[in-house]
Design a protein around this ligand. Structure first.
Ligand SMILES: [Zn+2]
Length: 318
């Protein structure tokens, strides 16, 4: 069996998405990942694609028009905040955030055209943005737009969203809380100790979607053993609700040594999750896994965890 084709979407347009030098979500995150991918000799093993800017029509497939207009206006002035005080505006933030969405859509297009079986976008997975607002360093939700476009453009209904970032993916959870076809599984640090404070075990979806969302909060300090126990639960859950496409937010802030969270996974957790999601996607007959970098503020952790995900994507089936 030949190795799966893997597309990586990277470039200056998404590298620019960051809140200034010295900020945890600084513009240097992109480069740290690319350097490690090169150092591990994987540069020539993947297909490269450039980001593009998302159209207003694409952005408003998930976001409200008034929020999109608000970001555009703040982007020209380049001052103030886009939310209550976590996510500052900067000149060009509209284009940078729009390019993150566009990059994830380039990955969706590569997977849906059959050009690639797996895809990875380092600066992506902005899981705190809601339909009507920015939050927690996330301006536009590339993952939310991806879900809407998969449905409207490709007729893909049943989508699994899996999130192992240290923070709960509240933007995605609440946007699709009553959507029975969006299967949601999220391992994160307990909201009693970490932003955004949500994602308890009791939050399992609403109405028809009840039981289609799995939130697994872990206590501060939880390491790989706790991860693997939680992950087994995620796998069993994903097998109960087969999907046609898997979105994987692999935030590296759940790895030990992150400056703003308290989980203690190793980067091997991310590689394991990626490998298993590929096996699940293959088992469901489509193979499509889109990895999005998500959070992660220790540069070495970002580099190792994300490169491990790409390495897993490239692996042949045993
Ligand atoms: Zn995070």
């Amino acid at each position: 069996m030949s190795a799966p084709a893997v597309t990586v979407v990277a470039g200056e347009a998404i590298a620019r998405y960051g809140f200034g030098a010295g900020h945890p979500f600084g513009p240097d995150r992109h480069e740290h990942f690319l350097r490690e991918l090169g150092a591990q000799g994987l540069e020539a093993a993947v297909h490269w694609a450039a980001p593009r800017m998302a159209s207003v029509e694409e952005l408003t497939s998930f976001h409200t028009r008034s929020f999109v207009d608000f970001v555009k206006e703040r982007s020209v002035r380049g001052e103030g905040f886009l939310d209550g005080g976590d996510t500052p505006a900067f000149k060009g933030v509209f284009e940078a955030a729009g390019s993150v969405v566009g990059a994830t859509l380039v990955a969706v297009e590569a997977l849906m055209s059959g050009e690639a079986t797996r895809a990875f976008v380092p600066i992506a997975g902005l899981h705190h943005a809601s339909r009507a607002g920015a939050a927690g360093f996330c301006v536009f939700s590339d993952c939310g737009v991806a879900v809407e476009r998969l449905r409207s453009q490709y007729g893909v209904r049943r989508i699994a969203y899996v999130d192992i970032d240290a923070h709960h993916g509240d933007g995605m959870f609440y946007a699709f809380e009553d959507d029975a076809e969006l299967v949601f599984a999220d391992i994160h640090e307990d909201g009693s100790y970490l932003y955004p404070g949500t994602g308890t075990r009791a939050e399992t979806g609403r109405g028809e979607a009840q039981g289609r969302k799995l939130n697994i909060p872990l206590p501060p300090g939880a390491g790989d053993a706790a991860f693997h126990a939680a992950w087994a639960e995620v796998e069993a859950f994903l097998e109960r609700f087969p999907s046609e496409f898997i979105l994987f937010q692999c935030g590296a802030d759940s790895v030990a040594g992150d400056p703003i969270t308290h989980l203690q996974f190793t980067a091997a957790a991310h590689a394991h999750a990626a490998r298993r999601l590929c096996a699940i996607a293959d088992g469901h007959g489509h193979g499509r896994v889109l990895g999005m970098g998500g959070g992660g503020y220790n540069r070495q952790n970002i580099a190792r965890a994300w490169t491990g995900v790409v390495r897993s994507f490239l692996a042949r089936e045993p």
